[in-house]
Design a protein around this ligand. Structure first.
Ligand code: NI
Length: 204
């Protein structure tokens, strides 16, 4: 049995009144571009990126802006209906945008961690997900230059969450049956309520 730790996200505690109207409007606008639960794009395995051109660089920039506006920490191309293997993320607000094209795991730790995760494609949902605590990923950047990322903590988590998106896997597939049921209920309520709620968890 691998050792298991539970970590709590600070952002989980963020009260929903914290979003000012302008930030909320920008977030709602960005979220309208994100495919939501039920869209087949979220259940389809994406193809490798083969062309590294100016259009790809533009796409990366657009994804970074959308992720920031949506107040997410990660975004996969498939969440925008673009079915190739590209993801962006940023865990530390001061850090440059992380870009992984055609990512492959080289290593996943046996040590696991459980943390609440949200997803920009699952409005109102926060479920506990157990994942390897550390990963090493080989990928390229948007110019095709090879990169290797060694990540732990929230960075390891968001990278795994986004690679799951590229494989058509959602956090609902990685949580308990009880939490999945609660999540489905939360989504129905969020949809009925009109405007998406502030996320209960760090969303990606
Ligand atoms: Ni997600």
């Amino acid at each position: 049995m691998a050792e298991e730790q539970t970590v709590q996200s600070e952002e989980t505690q963020e009260p929903r009144e914290r979003l000012d109207p302008e930030t909320r409007a920008r977030r709602d606008g960005a979220l309208r571009h994100v495919r939501k639960y039920g869209d087949p794009a979220l259940r389809t395995r994406a193809r490798p990126v083969e062309v590294f051109d100016a259009a790809l660089a533009d796409e990366v920039r657009r994804m970074g802006n959308l992720m920031d506006d949506a107040i997410g920490i990660g975004l996969a191309a498939t969440q925008l209906g673009v079915m190739h293997r590209l993801l962006v993320y940023r865990v530390d607000p001061e850090a440059p945008l992380g870009v992984l094209v055609n990512p492959e795991f080289e290593y996943k730790s046996e040590e696991l961690e459980t943390m609440e995760e949200g997803c920009l494609s699952l409005p109102g949902v926060g479920v506990e997900v157990e994942r390897p605590a550390e990963v090493r990923v080989r990928a390229t950047d948007e110019t095709g230059a090879p990169i290797v990322v060694e990540a732990s903590g929230l960075e390891a988590r968001v990278i795994q969450h986004e690679i799951d998106h590229l494989d058509g896997v959602l956090i609902l597939d990685r949580t308990s049956r009880d939490q999945r049921k609660q999540a489905m209920r939360a989504m129905r309520e969020a949809v009925a309520g009109g405007s998406p709620p502030d996320s209960p968890a760090v969303s990606a």
